[in-house]
Design a protein around this ligand. Structure first.
Ligand code: ADE
Length: 242
């Protein structure tokens, strides 16, 4: 396996991923805008197979949970040496461990990490990762929401995608990202396209009126209603914000 040393002077934003199932990647990250910009070198995906490193050291990648219980835990003495190889002194990228126990990742986090040099992500499978990994390297425990996935690979792909799409040049030209969901504290308004009429369903008249002032007002109202209905937590936060 090739181990990539990250050269901060020259390298694009880089996600290094430690996983026991490297075949999952690039997956969804290899298609559309993310995939094209990956090929064009606007960002890098640097995948490390945990099992391969374990084999070299004649270790198993996982062990049974101390204290008993179901499943298997990824070993610290396998994961930490891989981090030592990947992360040079000059490499300031944060290390994340994907786990449902973590702090929930949001759009503000995506903005923050997309403006840095990249991320190093450790993906759990089985029952999780030895806590000494987190404690030794000061890793951030990151969740993508209140559900349990079968692997951290899916969660890592999500985190990487949300960062990569904010890198300059990755998405097609856009007037402004201000109106996207979360950007102004509200969810985005509903969108419509052709055909104008589909069965009984018409595009709201106002969107075809050409009256930009009215369209703007309608969109704000829809944003507010959607946020109130779908995310009362966000709505309360929005009200408190000014
Ligand atoms: N691994 C399993 N479930 C997860 C979640 N909700 N977030 C991040 N990693 C996970």
């Amino acid at each position: 396996m090739s181990v990539k040393k990250i050269d901060k002077e020259n390298d694009s934003w880089t996600a290094s991923v430690l996983t026991v199932t490297p075949e999952v990647f690039p997956g969804t990250l290899g298609v559309s805008n993310a995939g094209k910009s990956l090929k064009d070198g606007l960002w890098n995906l640097d995948i490390h197979d945990i099992k391969e490193y374990a084999n070299i050291e004649n270790l198993r990648a996982d062990g049974p949970p101390a204290g008993g219980g179901p499943g298997m835990i990824l070993r610290a003495d396998v994961i930490l040496p891989i981090i030592d190889i990947i992360k040079t002194k000059a490499d300031r990228r944060p290390i994340m461990v994907m786990t449902p126990r973590g702090k929930v990742f949001n759009q503000l986090d995506a903005k923050k990490y997309s403006s840095g040099a990249g991320v190093i992500i450790i993906c759990g499978r089985y029952e999780g990762i030895d806590q000494r990994v987190v404690d030794s390297v000061g890793a951030l425990e990151v969740s993508i929401g209140d559900m349990v996935l079968s692997s951290g690979d899916i969660a890592a792909s999500l985190v990487i995608d949300s960062c990569v799409r904010l890198i300059d040049g990755v998405m097609g030209k856009k007037e402004s990202s201000f109106e996207e969901s979360f950007e102004n504290g509200l969810l985005e308004y509903p969108q419509y396209t052709l055909p104008r009429s589909y069965g009984e369903h018409e595009i709201p008249e106002i969107l075809l009126s050409g009256n930009h002032e009215k369209i703007k007002k309608w969109r704000i109202e829809k944003s507010i209603n959607t946020t109130k209905n779908n995310r009362p937590d966000l709505w309360r936060k929005y009200l408190k914000s000014d």
